[in-house]
Structure formats: C-alpha cells, structure tokens
Design a protein around this ligand. Structure first.
Ligand SMILES: Nc1ncnc2c1ncn2[C@@H]1O[C@H](COP(=O)(O)OP(=O)(O)OP(=O)(O)O)[C@@H](O)[C@H]1O
Ligand SMILES: [Mg+2]
Length: 261
C-alpha cells in the first residue's frame, strides 16, 4: 500500500529538502516511510540526514552505460535513519552526467513495493527530464513556497505541470515565514487557486538552520521547536491514500517521460 508524493517548488532554497525530511519523520510515526533524493543534479538530502559518507547512492542505481554498471541492488542505497528509509544521492557532477534519469522509474517502482509513503525530494527548476520526472511519477505534489505573491505564481506553475501529467495536489507548505499575519492573506488566496489545503505555515527558524548544519532532521534536532510542531501538524493534515503496491509499481515502470515540460 503506497502513495508517492513529490516535494516540489518553483524556486531553489525554499525548503524542499527540509520539508521532505520533516514530513518523512512525522509520517514515520504512523507509516512505513521512504524518502528519496530525486534532485539528482543538486543533491542535498545527504546533508540533512548525516549521510555524507554513504558508499552507495541513487547515482549508482541510475548509471546509464551498461559497461559501467556494477551489480548494485536498490537496497544497497537505502539507509535506515531517524525511523525512515533514506535514499540519498551523491553530489558528483560526473555521476550526474553518467546517470540516466529514466532509470528512476524502476528504482521508485522497486521502493514502492516495500513502503507506505514515498517522498521524492524534487529539483527546483522544471526545465529538464530529470527535473520533472519525480512530478510525473508521483501521485500528488506537496508544494513548498515562501509566502509571497510571486512565489504563489511559481507554485501554481508547479501545480499546472503536475496536473498536466495526471499528478494531483496534496497541499502547500509555507516555509521561512517571518510575518504570520501577512501569510494569512496569501494563504487565503492559496486555498482559492490550489487544489490542496495549506498544510503548514513554518516560521523562519534558527532551529532549521542549525539542524541542517548538524546533519540532522529538524524533528530530531529540535523536536519542540515551533517549526517542528508545524511540520507535525502538516503531516497530520496529509490524508495519505494507499494505492495497491503492485499497481503503483506498474504505473511507475510504464510512466512516459516527457522530453520537456
Ligand atoms: N523554516 C526555516 N527557517 C530557517 N531556515 C530554513 C528553514 N527551512 C529551511 N531553511 C534553511 O534554508 C536552506 C535551504 O533549505 P533546503 O535545503 O531545505 O531547501 P531546498 O528547497 O531543498 O533547496 P535546493 O533548491 O537547493 O534543493 C537550508 O540551509 C535550510 O536549513
Ligand atoms: Mg533540496
């Protein structure tokens, strides 16, 4: 039983990875959760989960050239951390260049067979095959935004792409919020334009920055912080729908990867 979410945004640095890890940890209280660094060109999940020294990463599973392939199994790139299964990606540019993004379909299909919730930490820009694939594969997107009108329009573009590939909207997370009052106005508009609810308003918090520096998820580093609490509430609002694992895996395997968005 599995549902796959792409954690996405129109811009870089909005907090996709922070959100992936935080929602993952919160959902792991109830579900079997797997988080995947599907941002294969700008990987940073490894920095948030203390996995900078991981031997095998997603890159090793995506090697395009048959001759370079070693017999790495998907489970070799899965690390049990903070109550979740974590699939980090390496940061080497040459490994990214050697990777075939389409192979992500098979990897995700295999992971889907053994988990309840799959969170795909997705690339910021939507301009290439590797960037949109997580959104194409996911059942629904979680859109992470700063609470400004320009950011909303970026988020709507993400939703539009997602819908054009049959991917729904799970909701919006406002992150790095300085002024909750101002956010309220933006959040009202959000409810009008997005198909999903506002899942959380996460304050701009030193706890989030120091968690990242410590290589730990926010919920492990500062579980009592207001930001951590906001993420737990977001997880509670996320109505996970469980597709039948076999069917979902087949859908991943047969997903058509568009050439450009
Ligand atoms: N609520 C927050 N308050 C303060 N800092 C935050 C918050 N959320 C995230 N950050 C910090 O902002 C930076 C970017 O966050 P993160 O890596 O999660 O963003 P991202 O969207 O995944 O970025 P990229 O597009 O580079 O993958 C990190 O240093 C992180 O610690
Ligand atoms: Mg990131």
């Amino acid at each position: 039983m599995v549902e796959a979410f792409a954690v996405a945004s129109g811009k870089g640095g909005t907090g996709k990875t922070t959100t992936t890890v935080a929602l993952g940890m919160a959902l792991a209280e109830e579900y079997d959760v797997t988080i995947v660094d599907a941002d294969t060109g700008m990987a940073n999940l490894l920095f948030h989960t203390g996995l900078t020294d991981a031997d095998v990463t997603l890159h090793d599973l995506l090697v395009a050239d048959e001759r370079q392939q070693t017999d790495v199994a998907v489970e070799d790139a899965v690390y049990e951390r903070f109550g979740m299964s974590v699939v980090p990606c390496g940061t080497s540019l040459s490994a990214f260049e050697d990777a075939d993004p389409e192979r992500l379909r098979e990897v995700v299909a295999e992971l889907a067979a053994g988990t309840d919730v799959l969170l795909l930490d997705s690339p910021a820009a939507l301009g290439s095959k590797s960037a949109i694939l997580p959104i194409v594969l996911a059942d629904r997107v979680v859109v992470v935004l700063q609470p400004t009108i320009p950011a909303l329009s970026d988020g709507l573009k993400v939703q539009e792409y997602a819908h054009s590939y049959g991917t729904g909207t799970a909701g919006v997370v406002f992150n790095k919020v300085h002024d909750p009052e101002e956010t309220r106005g933006v959040a009202e508009k959000t409810e009008r334009y997005f198909d999903g609810p506002t899942l959380a308003t996460v304050p701009d918090a030193d706890a989030a920055r120091s968690a990242r520096r410590a290589g730990e998820p926010l919920l492990a580093h500062a579980p009592e912080s207001e930001a951590a609490r906001a993420y737990r509430e977001a997880a509670a609002l996320l109505d996970v729908r469980s597709g039948e694992s076999g069917e979902v895996a087949d859908r991943f395997r047969s997903a058509v990867v568009p050439d450009s968005p």
